[in-house]
Write a protein that binds this ligand. Structure first.
Ligand code: R5P
Length: 277
């Protein structure tokens, strides 16, 4: 059986009640469940901390009823905090996975999870994760737009997204944390040491957040003489005015509907539904 959160109403009719108490605390209420196993479709972004609490509550309800639950969420928040860069930091990615497992998730189905960097089934912390990839959907969409393309990634971490298409990767170097309230490590450089002149180029990443990585990558391929430039990712946050900046810089910008936006041209529905029932 599929349980569908209101934040997934674009792919199926929601059947979960979700509200806020007057003080802002989350309230969730699941429908009656007859099967011994469910797929819980619930996005964990935007408002990731609140969405995680809602997930914990729903998973706990299922656990107490003895129901096996698979959480289906294409984007896993905190997945970029899987390494300790500076002494004193937590392993946030592992904590989130442990909490999901502890709350009752038998497994998580997600898409292009940042720290896994390949498709398949993995154990991370105490959680079993089925990591799907949107790479083929995104590349097929790009080919429909402009025909043959070179598929490249803006850093080595996203190389797994482009390797099967014969793609190469740029090298990104991040510096120390910047001063100020935002925990952000500045991008010092993104280097490209291969030729793309005269070709249509798709720059593919797992996510676009501030757009800083993509902007530097687009500048590189334009300098390198690319014909048409497309930029795409599985997860598009498009913080601040980054979407407009990217649109101004390249020919096409698109992402999946992992996080719905004005440029979510590629649907994950069939991919997610083919792994659930
Ligand atoms: C990091 O390694 C990720 O794969 C993305 O490249 C990164 O998160 C994109 O962030 P931003 O858009 O802020 O440069």
């Amino acid at each position: 059986m599929r349980l569908v959160s209101p934040n997934f109403s674009d792919i199926a009719e929601p059947n979960i009640e979700m509200k806020k108490f007057p003080d802002g605390d989350n309230y969730t209420c699941l429908p009656e469940i007859k099967d011994g196993e469910v797929y819980l479709f619930h996005r964990l972004y935007p408002e990731q901390d609140s969405a995680l609490m809602q997930a914990f509550f729903m998973l706990n309800t299922l656990k107490r009823s003895g129901i096996k639950a698979t959480l289906v969420s294409p984007y896993l928040p905190y997945s970029r905090q899987d390494k300790i860069f500076k002494k004193g930091e937590p392993l946030s990615a592992e904590i989130v996975c442990d909490l999901l497992s502890h709350s009752g998730a038998a497994r998580l189905i997600t898409v292009d999870c940042h720290f896994l960097k390949k498709e398949g089934t993995f154990k991370y912390g105490n959680l079993e994760i089925v990591n799907l990839s949107a790479k083929k959907l995104l590349v097929d969409y790009a080919k429909k737009l402009v025909g043959e393309i070179e598929v490249i990634s803006p850093d080595m971490g996203a190389n797994y997204l482009v390797a099967e298409f014969g793609g190469k990767s740029m090298k990104k170097v991040r510096g120390e944390y910047e001063k100020g309230e935002a925990a952000y490590r500045k991008i010092e450089k993104v280097e490209m040491d291969f030729d793309i002149s005269g070709r249509n180029v798709l720059i593919l990443d797992d996510m676009i957040s501030t757009g800083g990585t993509m902007i530097k990558a687009i500048e590189n391929v334009k300098k390198g003489g690319a014909k048409k430039v497309l930029c795409a990712a599985t997860h598009g946050f498009f913080l601040k005015d980054s979407l407009q900046k990217l649109k101004n810089l390249c020919d096409y910008v698109f992402v999946t509907d992992s996080i719905p936006s004005a440029v979510s041209s590629v649907s994950l529905k069939d991919l997610l539904f083919s792994h659930t029932r």
